[in-house]
Write a protein that binds this ligand. Sequence first.
Ligand code: TXA
Ligand code: MG
Length: 366
Amino acid sequence: MLNMVQTDYLIIDSDCPQPEYIKRAAQVIQKGGLVAFPTETVYGLGAKALDPESVQQIFRAKGRPSNKPLIVHIADWESLGQIVSTISETARRLGEKFWPGPLTLVLPRHPNVPMEVTAGSETVAVRWPANIIAEELIRAVGMPLVAPSANRSGKPSPTDAGHVMEDLGGKIELILDGGMTRLGVESTVLDLTKEVPTILRPGGVTREQLEEVLGEVRVQERVIVSEEAELEIEPQAEAETSSESSSEEYIKEKPLILVQAKEEELVQRILEIMDIMRERGMKIGILTSLENYPKYRDVKYPPDYLQVMGSRNDLADVALFLFKTLRESQLADVDTILVESFPEEGLGMAIMDRLRQACRGKVMKV
Ligand code: TXA
Ligand code: MG
C-alpha cells in the first residue's frame, strides 16, 4: 500500500498563472513529488522525466502497469535534444506545425531517458502541451516532465481537477486546478520510427490533419479486441477488474456496450436491445447524441438513465464532455449502459477509440 500524503489543492488562473503557485508546484516536483496540472487535452500527473525515482512514484500513484510507457512533456526546442537521439526532418516539420499542441511523437530514445519512462523501449514519446500552466511549470522545474493522464489506471482521464482529486487524493502532493481542459481527449500518439508514420492512439490532432503534412499515415489497431458482445448478460453481471489495473485496487465497473449500426437505424436497434435486456430484469442506461435524445425519451418506457454526450454536428463538444459523461454514467442506478457510436472521421476516430476502451471492447454491430 502507498502511504497517504496530504494533497494540497490550488485554484490557479489559466490565463495568467500566479507565479507563486507555479514556484510551489515546481519545488514539489524538484523534490521528487507528484503534481497534477491541466494541459489542453486532459489533466496530467507530472514528475521529473530524467529521475527514475520520481518516475516510479507515478506508476505507484496511478496503479499503472510498468510496461506502459510515459510521455515526456517539453516546453522548448532545446529540451527535445535531451530526450531524443535524432530529430528527423519529419519530426521537426510536425513539431513546427502542431506544437504546442495535442500531438505526441514517438522517436528514438536519448540515453538520458530512464528505461522506466519508455518501459524498456528504445523509443520515447514526447510532446509540447498547449497550456500556459503546463508550460510555465515545465520551465520552472527546469527539466522535462513525464505526465500520464492524472487518473487511477483504468478510469477515464480527468478533464477537471475534481476528477483528479477523486482518483488521486491522498496519493499525490499537489493539484493545480486550472478549470476544465479545452479538448477533452488525449493527444494523438504518432510513431515516427516506423517506415510509414503510424497513429498508435488517435487524439486531438486528426488523421486528416496529419495526412495534409505527411501524405500517407497508417493507423495501428489498438490493443482492445473488438468482440461481439453477447446478449446473454445477466443482471448485476460480475464486476470486471480493469485489464489495466494492478492488483492493488479492484475497480467495479458498470458494463458499457457500444452499439454500431447505420445511423438511420441506430436508435431503433438500441431500443430493441434495451427491450430484450429489460425482459431479463435489467435496468438500462443510454448515452445518446443530442439529436437522438428525444427519440429515447418519448417512448412508452424510456431508459432508466439517459444522458446526452453532445451533438453529432459538433464532435469537439462530444470530445470535451466524453470522459466526464463516462465517469458520471458509472454512478447511475442501472445494470448496463448502451452507447451510441459516431462516424470515425475527424475527431470521431478518437471518440470511438475512447468509447471502445470504456466498453472494454464490448461492441455490438447490428
Ligand atoms: O494528452 C495526453 O497525451 C495526456 C496529457 C496529460 O499530456 N497524457 C497521456 O498520457 O494521455 P498517458 O500516459 O495516459 O498515455 C500515454 C500513451 C499510452 O497509450 C502509451 O502507450 C503511449 O502514450 N506511449 C508512451 N510512450 C510510448 C512509446 N515509447 N512508444 C509507443 N507508445 C508510447
Ligand atoms: Mg491515460
